[in-house]
Design a protein around this ligand. Sequence first.
Ligand code: HQG
Length: 179
Amino acid sequence: MSLTEISKYMSLILRHKPEVIGIHMDEHGWVEVKNLIEGISKTYPFDLAMLEEIVATDNKQRYSFSEDHLLIRANQGHSIPVDVELPEVTPPEILYHGTGEKFAASIDQAGLLPKSRLYVHLSGDRETAVNVGQRHGKPVVYLVKSGEMHCDGYRFYRSVNGVWLTKEVPVKYLMKQEA
Ligand code: HQG
């Protein structure tokens, strides 16, 4: 059993469906470490050392412990309505969003929508956007005029792992590019 596989299961629990292991998540996305370990142990051999390793080595720093290490949560990516207390920040002039070519026609009509997640995910660099886009097939990259959006009153947040988040991006702030 690889840690990556367990990490994916953790992502499902901490971002989307805590109910699969029957645990309680508070309004800030925290669950008790003890309960998470017990719940995952029913499916995979799992202990605190493995959990610590997943959190420390995760390539996108997806998870955080509370200061006392009694609680854990996902840093971003939720579909359930939790408030992970992200600071509202001024974005750079331009941010990037990578997606699949198959979604481009719909995005050109409706703008970027959060779909199943709470926010649209944006990155500060183009390369990350290309990588995210490739998850959905042939990638397309949109430049987002985030500076202009911010001037117009749209709010931006940055998760602790550096992902930029906003509720939506209307068409007029988008510029499509070949990836
Ligand atoms: C698309 C990964 C049609 C949107 C990554 C995206 C990211 C539309 C897809 C994080 C649309 C949703 C999030 C519209 C948006 N019409 N399609 N109007 N508006 N879309 O997976 O941004 O590994 O929920 O372009 O690194 O791909 O999970 O979002 O293609 O940061 O930690 O709807 O997930 O991180 O797909 O990825 P997703 P995403 P993790």
